[in-house]
Design a protein around this ligand. Structure first.
Ligand code: PLP
Length: 367
């Protein structure tokens, strides 16, 4: 009997060989297309995994919050893009502390924020690296790839304590793509938004060194457009059912799963010990509508996890009555990033044998 078969459930299981393979494939792509790889660690929130990505060749990492950056710097990682327009003084104090140990880059998306950053760093006699966030269609943060980018770049350039040397975007709307063609179009627009913005900056005499794109569904198309210098996929370390539904990955490439047990079988339904606190209700980012149910049951793909309450999952479908109490089911989550954030650690396995436990170090680091 493999030792994963005796784990208490629910457990977050990580197939380390598959994950390493996924990371190696992104790195291979980056090498072939001469772009840097700066993975978003929001997916795994693990120092160990971030280090493996750096060992594979990543130039640094991307995070969403100062708290995630703190965890990673404490873990020894020293090149971090905080891909969020931070401006509050208490968070800037924390960034200042991180800058003693690491290169930190902060996203900027308005003249007002840039001024706040400059005032703060001037007071502390420090220079902050900033990258302008460009909106490539997600309509979240970011300036438009128009005159707006030139205005912001010019404003930053005349501020004495900000150093502008990059622009970046994230085409999260790729998650709503309903065909390969639509995905390709979004990826193309993502790259275009960056290249247009860089050209607009060049026209006003501002050279942009780093031109960064990044989402897991788009990086393979956008990342090979000439002129792009960096990719930032996060989910690609694990993949999940959303990526499978978008044709971006296969079920076999998914490295993360949740092992759960059947607790009850009755009236054409079975109950498992994984509910919304384990599998998350999330069916993918930004209004993705391609997902059925709350995860893929590897041993019984014809069955559906139809609904979740907090600690219960309800399975239905042909043959559900044959499930047995205590039977273990392996579920590939819909959205790996939100599921990882719900667990304290990964149970890491190689071919079904547990080899390590890794903490989800930055789970819950929301601020
Ligand atoms: C700014 C930024 N970069 C990169 C990523 C990674 O994208 P994905 O999760 O599709 O890999 C995200 C994800 O939200 C993001 O917000």
């Amino acid at each position: 009997m493999k030792n994963t078969e005796i784990l208490q459930t629910p457990t977050l299981l990580l197939d380390v060989n598959q994950m390493d393979k996924n990371i190696a494939e992104v790195m291979q792509f980056a090498k072939e297309h001469h772009v840097n790889y700066r993975p978003h660690i929001k997916t795994h929130k693990s120092v160990e995994i971030a280090k493996r990505q750096l060992e594979a060749g990543a130039v640094g990492i991307t995070v969403a919050t100062v708290g995630e950056a703190e965890v990673m710097v404490n873990g020894g990682i020293n090149n971090i893009l905080i891909a969020f327009p931070i401006s509050s003084e208490n968070k800037l104090e924390r960034i200042l502390t991180l800058m003693e140990q690491a290169t930190i880059i902060v996203a900027v998306d308005s003249v007002e924020q840039a001024t706040l950053l400059n005032n703060f760093f001037k007071q502390h006699k420090q220079t902050l690296n900033v990258w302008i966030k460009i909106n490539s269609g997600l309509d979240r943060c970011g300036v438009e790839p128009t005159d707006e980018v030139a205005q912001l770049a010019q404003h930053i350039n005349q501020l004495e304590c900000l150093l502008l040397d990059g622009i970046f975007t994230h085409a999260g709307q790729s998650y709503t793509a309903t065909s390969d063609e639509m995905l390709e179009q979004i990826a193309y627009e993502e790259a275009e938004a960056i290249l247009t913005s860089a050209a607009i900056c060049a026209d006003v005499g501002i050279h942009i060194t780093h031109k960064s794109i990044g989402s897991t569904p788009t990086f393979k198309q956008a990342g090979k457009v000439a002129g792009i210098t960096e990719i930032r996929p996060g989910n690609a370390a694990f993949y999940d059912m959303v990526q499978v539904s978008l044709n971006v990955a296969s079920v076999e490439q998914c490295a993360l799963s949740v092992v759960t047990s059947v607790a009850s079988v009755k009236n054409n339904r079975a109950i498992i010990d994984a509910g919304s606190k384990t599998l998350a209700l999330d069916k993918g980012a930004h209004g993705n509508e391609s997902i059925m149910g709350h995860g893929y049951i590897v041993e019984h793909p014809q069955l559906t996890i139809e609904r979740l309450s907090e600690e219960h999952g309800v399975i239905t479908g042909a043959g559900v009555e044959h499930l047995k109490i205590n039977e273990r089911l392996t579920i590939i989550p819909n959205h790996a990033c939100t599921v990882a954030n719900l667990f304290t650690h990964y149970t890491v396995h190689e071919n079904g044998e547990v080899v390590a436990k890794w903490p989800v170090d930055a789970r819950g680091k929301l601020s």
